[in-house]
Design a protein around this ligand. Sequence first.
Ligand code: BJW
Ligand code: ZN
Length: 337
Amino acid sequence: MRLRRYHDHVKLIYKTLVARNTKTQLHTRTMTSAATINEQDVASFHKHLRGSTHILALLGAGLSAPSGLPTFRGAGGLWRTHDAVSLASPEAFEADPGLVWQFYNYRRHMALNVNPNPAHYALAELAKRMPGFATLSQNVDGLSPRAGHPPEQLHLLHGSLFQIKCASERCDYVETNFDDPFCEALRPPEGIIDPTANSVRGTAPDISDASVSLPSVPRSALPSCPSCKSDVLRPGVVWFGEPLPEDVLGAVDDYINSAEKIDLIMVIGTSSKVQPAAGYVGPARRKGARVCVINMDPNDGPSGGWRKGDWMFTGDAAVLVPKLLEPVIGSLPGQED
Ligand code: BJW
Ligand code: ZN
């Protein structure tokens, strides 16, 4: 009886999936781990790629997930009891700068202790080989620069964890800073085991876990701005409600306006929920681009929806991106068959 109910349940899921797929036949869907990738879809993507000279990539946190960094939304998006997104705002910083700094200090530490993955290297390689390739990254973790992505082809829409600026809007102080911890007040309490050490990963207590007690850090313990001396320093990232860096937006506009035609936009590891970043798919389409989404979740489609001729490759970006770019970049070292 139990088995029958189980079979009925499986049949229902299957029917729902078939119905959903029939509704979305406009674009090509490929479910994959590397082993099950649909080779016809890859072949049609490769054919288009070979004839492309102007390509955009729009990157999100899913690109760095295989390196070991958590994403914002979904299961990994909780830091202690806080939703990661709720800490990424000027209001959260104003209310408790010490807490927000603890979150960013942790993120800096994690980012410094993981490595770029094959997808970061594949995109860096494409940039080196194709002058008409530009990357719009929402990621602040420094992994694309560390993979050797040429800086002039990498537009950091949301800033960087390793840029520090003054919290005052009236002051333009900025510095590059890789200190870990960022300051003494943010040094994790004694006895907390480094969550990035391989031998203890997953089993050790770490400060992202709310059951590990963490002293609160008062505003007065945070470094103040060496220029204006009137406000504290803050991470040089873009929070909700803040404008994206003007020079970055300008460079992206220049790229889009100067290209007669854009052949392709690859939307990699992003939920496409945050504007204006996700919205770049629109201008790219208007310049003729076909859209290729690479995401673990088949429901995280492109902003503005699907169109005929789009590709969806469902799976791990670290596996899919090098495979999809292979006709132009060849095999990455260590990825040969
Ligand atoms: C994998 C994988 C694997 C996992 N392989 N895939 C229009 C409409 C509605 C609202 C707005 C609008 N325009 C502006 C807004 C407001 C707001 C906004 O967009 N709100 C929406 C959320 C509703 N936007 C803003 O406020 C922006 N500012 C602005 O518009 O200013 C205007 C202005 C002008 C003039 C004066 C003043 C203002 C700023 C947005 C800043 C976003 N900041 C953050 C934090 C950055 C710092 C930090 O890192 O802490 O950016 S929030 C967070 O979301 C972060 C990310 O870059 C961003 C996007 O998230 P992402 O990368 O997509 O991550 P996830 O977690 O959402 O998704 C991960 C994906 O990976 C999932 O799909 C997984 O399935 C997938 N995945 N493993 C492949 N192995
Ligand atoms: Zn200042």
